[in-house]
Design a protein around this ligand. Structure first.
Ligand SMILES: *Cc1c(COP(=O)(O)O)cnc(C)c1O
Length: 368
């Protein structure tokens, strides 16, 4: 049998494993930060209508510039963040992972480096590797915040071309305040003009305002967003960024022609028509997230403050054994490899109750 390493693949890919959370068939799946609520039926109907319309034109390529969709995304951002943004400052792709890939193809690449503060979203490092961009793992404190002075030292020492700031951070839930982002942005510009990417995949779940306003007058600062989490549309694959229009022009240099299918554009537009209903689910999930934090602490767990739709909890002597213990009780959470900690996605109230019961049993079994 031919193995991957027998093929003439790039050296930096040899011996590596692909990204992927184990997907197991269990009653309660709280491991991938998906929205637990299926799309409401009126929206499903609207998607069917818009896709039917789009289907009539599938003999043609889609709108390469996704003008209607970007206009509606800009309107959504303007309305929800209070920061005025237009079509020219928004770009969309197949998931924010593709947005990040396009940014790294444009601003990273061979001979260049990207830096992130870990533990954080592992795809930042993986997409860097996939685009030939060197990866630098920057530090977080013991409570998973970013220490500004330590971070500035790291930036000055490595002079990265791209800096990732994930806020709220996956897998810890930690939000980053605007002052910290500004300090890191300024340090990155002083070291060498570099692109600062603020990944706000969980922005809608945060107690804090969006960092979008910071892009004003800062052409090297980008905010990336997604419809995978707050919009409950992980299956749609729609991510987007907001930035200076020059950044949108720059990613045109690497994006594949017609990368965003007519069906995707039609579906995303239908979802945006139902924003208010979907943001209602976000409010329910925020309340459930806060309940998880409170109840886990009452049970005796340590919990990292969360601004996202998930909660990092611990601390376990053996996090993987605890993960297995919960799985044995029918609850799948995520072991992100942060020693001592696990991550649970806020689900429906019933799913969260099942999860909390399982944790209680586990703690009792471990004599806590
Ligand atoms: C889930 C997630 C994304 C979303 O990726 P999509 O490709 O839009 O589904 C991006 N960044 C972070 C930090 C995430 O957790």
């Amino acid at each position: 049998m031919t193995r991957i390493d027998d093929l003439p693949i790039r050296d930096e890919l040899r011996g590596k494993t692909p990204y992927g959370a184990p997907q197991l068939d269990v009653p309660v799946r709280l491991n991938t930060n998906e929205n637990p609520y299926p799309l409401p039926e009126p929206l499903v109907e609207r998607i069917a209508e818009r896709v039917r319309e789009a289907a009539r034109g599938l003999n043609r390529y889609p709108d390469r510039d996704a003008v209607e969709l970007r206009t509606q995304l800009a309107a959504y951002l303007t309305r929800t963040t209070g920061h005025r943004i237009g079509l020219a400052g928004v770009w969309a792709a197949n998931g924010s992972n593709e947005v990040i890939q396009q940014l790294l193809q444009t601003f990273g690449g061979p001979g260049r480096t990207a830096l992130g503060f870990e533990p954080s979203y592992s795809m930042h490092a993986l997409i860097s590797r996939g685009t030939g961009t060197g990866w630098i793992s920057g530090p977080r404190t013991a409570d998973f915040t970013i220490d500004v002075e330590a971070a500035k030292d790291e930036i000055a020492a490595h002079r990265p071309d791209v800096v990732f700031i994930c806020s709220p951070n996956n897998p810890t839930g930690t939000a980053v305040d605007a002052q910290t982002v500004l300090a890191l942005h300024d340090a990155a510009q002083a070291a060498k003009p570099s692109l600062v990417v603020v990944d706000e995949a969980y922005g809608e779940f945060s107690h804090r305002p969006s960092l979008l306003a910071l892009i004003e007058g800062r052409p090297n600062l980008v905010v990336s967003r997604t419809m995978s989490k707050a919009f409950g549309a992980a299956g749609l694959r729609l991510g987007y960024l907001a930035a200076d229009p020059a950044v949108v022009d720059a990613v045109q240099l690497v994006r594949l022609p017609y990368h965003l299918s007519s069906v995707t554009q039609a579906t995303a537009l239908a979802a945006l028509e139902h924003t208010d209903t979907l943001l209602g689910y976000v409010e329910q999930l925020k309340a459930e997230r806060d309940r998880l934090v409170t109840e886990l602490r009452a049970i005796g767990c340590e919990v990292t403050d969360s601004d996202a739709n998930f909660v990092q909890f611990g601390r376990f002597e053996d996090a993987h054994a605890a993960w297995q213990g919960l799985l044995d009780r029918g609850v799948l959470v995520r072991d992100n490899g942060v020693p001592g900690w696990l991550r649970v996605t806020a689900g429906t109230p019933a799913e969260n109750d099942a999860f909390l019961d399982a944790v209680r049993e586990l703690m009792k079994e471990n004599g806590k």
